[in-house]
Design a protein around this ligand. Structure first.
Ligand SMILES: [Zn+2]
Length: 131
């Protein structure tokens, strides 16, 4: 295992930014589809938001459909921040470089496979929604 090259980092950054825009579109669309005028208004805010955290904005909504996307967009945001700060590609739990094949498959992955498995065992239990 080795650290990512600047070129790889740049590629992951582009993919993450792309995914971010996609998710933002989907979330905006789901908000628009809801009956609630407040959500429809939020859809406009989400669409116009560049700097602020989209995930933070949506955190309190607690809509099942959107929730999944909000969780993913939050992960993408964290990954993009980590690219900026230079800590991208390193497992948040054990500090070991994450295998680049794993990052290819899921660029927003915050953990190495071992730590992710442990994490899921700990937090994904029946009747206990994962975070
Ligand atoms: Zn790890």
């Amino acid at each position: 295992m080795s650290e990512l090259s600047a070129q790889q980092r740049q590629q992951f950054k582009q993919r993450l930014e792309e995914r971010f825009r996609q998710l933002r579109e989907e979330i905006g669309q789901e908000l628009l589809n809801s009956e609630d005028p407040y959500y429809q208004q939020l859809a406009g805010t989400v669409h116009d938001t560049e700097e602020e955290s989209v995930a933070d904005l949506l955190l309190d909504l607690n809509l099942a459909d959107i929730d999944r996307h909000v969780q993913e967009i939050r992960q993408v945001e964290v990954a993009l921040n980590r690219i900026e700060s230079g800590s991208y590609g390193v497992c948040t739990d054990c500090g070991v470089p994450i295998d680049s094949k794993r990052l290819e498959a899921s660029p927003a992955a915050p953990r190495c496979i071992e730590c992710q498995t442990l994490y899921e065992q700990r937090y994904t239990q029946p009747g206990h929604p994962s975070l």
